[in-house]
Write a protein that binds this ligand. Structure first.
Ligand SMILES: [Zn+2]
Length: 260
C-alpha cells in the first residue's frame, strides 16, 4: 500500500459520502492496481489469464455505480468505493461488457451483482456480509473450487452437481465472460499440456520402482504438473480441477501433488 494511501482513501470516501461522484476520485483506487496485480502474478483474479497491467483495471466487486440486478433503483455500493476489501484485479473481458461476434458470446461484469436472496440487498452503508452474492468471489477461500473446465475444448463448467452451486458457477461463467472463445482456446492449450504430462507421469510411475531412469522421468513430469497447478500459473484452478479428476488408487501421487 503506497504511503499515505489510507488517508487519501478516507478523504475520498468522505467526499463521496457528502454527495461526490466516486469516479472523480478514481486515482485513489488506481494507486493500488500494481500492488493488487502482484498478489496474483499479474493474472486477472476472475479468469486467471495473465495480461499486461495496462490492459487491466481495479474492479469493484460490489459495483460503485448503479446495480442492474437490484430490485429497486440502486446508486451503487458507494460507501465501499474506497474499501480495498471490495477491490479485485480484473481484465477488460471480465470487467467490461463485451460481445464476441465470432464466438457468439456476451459477457463482462460491468454493473452486474446478483444476489441469492434479493431481499438481503443493501442500499445504504451496512455490513456487506449479510448479502450472499451469486457471483463466485476470487477472495472467498472456497468459491474457486466450484469452477472447472472441459478437457476436450477448454470451456468452463461447474465442478459440482449441487443445484445452488451449479447456478452460481453458471452465472459467473456468463457474467465474467469465462466462456469467451479466445479464453477457452488459451485454457484448452493449458489443458492439453497438462493432460499430456499426467499421461506421461502415469506411465513412468508404473515403472519407477524398478527403473531409476523412469523414476527420474516421473519426477520431471510431476514437476511440470506442480507448476501448472501453482497459484502463479495461468488457469491454475482449472488445472487443479482436471488433475483432481485423474485421481485413482493406482496413482496416489496425484493426491499428493494436489496437497503440495
Ligand atoms: Zn479476466
Amino acid at each position: 500500500m503506497p504511503d499515505g494511501w489510507l488517508a487519501r482513501a478516507a478523504a475520498a470516501a468522505a467526499a463521496v459520502a457528502a454527495g461526490g461522484d466516486p469516479n472523480d476520485h478514481a486515482a485513489v483506487w488506481r494507486e493500488l492496481k500494481d500492488g493488487l496485480a502482484e498478489l496474483f502474478n499479474d493474472k486477472c483474479w476472475y479468469c486467471e489469464v495473465p495480461v499486461p497491467r495496462s490492459d487491466n483495471a481495479v474492479d469493484h466487486f460490489r459495483p460503485k455505480g448503479r446495480v442492474s440486478d437490484a430490485a429497486m433503483e440502486h446508486q451503487g455500493y458507494r460507501w465501499l468505493a474506497f474499501d480495498p476489501a471490495n477491490f479485485r484485479y480484473a481484465c477488460t473481458y471480465c470487467n467490461s461488457k463485451r460481445k464476441d461476434l465470432e464466438g457468439g458470446t456476451i459477457g463482462g461484469k460491468a454493473d452486474r451483482f446478483p444476489l441469492v436472496d434479493e431481499n438481503a440487498r443493501l442500499y445504504d452503508a451496512g455490513e456487506p456480509d449479510r448479502e450472499r452474492p451469486i457471483l463466485l468471489d476470487p477472495c472467498d477461500i472456497e468459491d474457486w473450487r466450484l469452477l472447472g473446465c472441459r478437457r476436450e475444448n477448454g470451456k468452463p463448467c461447474a465442478s459440482t452437481n449441487a443445484p445452488g452451486e451449479v447456478a452460481r458457477a453458471d452465472a459467473s461463467i456468463e457474467i465474467y465472460h469465462l466462456h469467451h472463445e479466445p479464453t477457452c482456446k488459451l485454457r484448452h492449450g493449458e489443458a492439453v499440456r497438462l493432460m499430456g504430462d499426467i499421461e506421461e507421469a502415469k506411465s513412468y510411475f508404473a515403472l519407477a520402482e524398478t527403473n531409476a531412469d523412469h523414476a527420474r522421468s516421473f519426477k520431471v513430469a510431476a514437476q511440470r504438473i506442480l507448476k501448472a497447478i501453482h497459484i502463479n500459473s495461468a488457469f491454475s484452478g482449472d488445472m487443479r480441477f482436471l488433475l483432481g479428476g485423474e485421481r485413482s488408487a493406482e496413482h496416489p501421487w496425484i493426491q499428493t501433488l494436489l496437497e503440495t
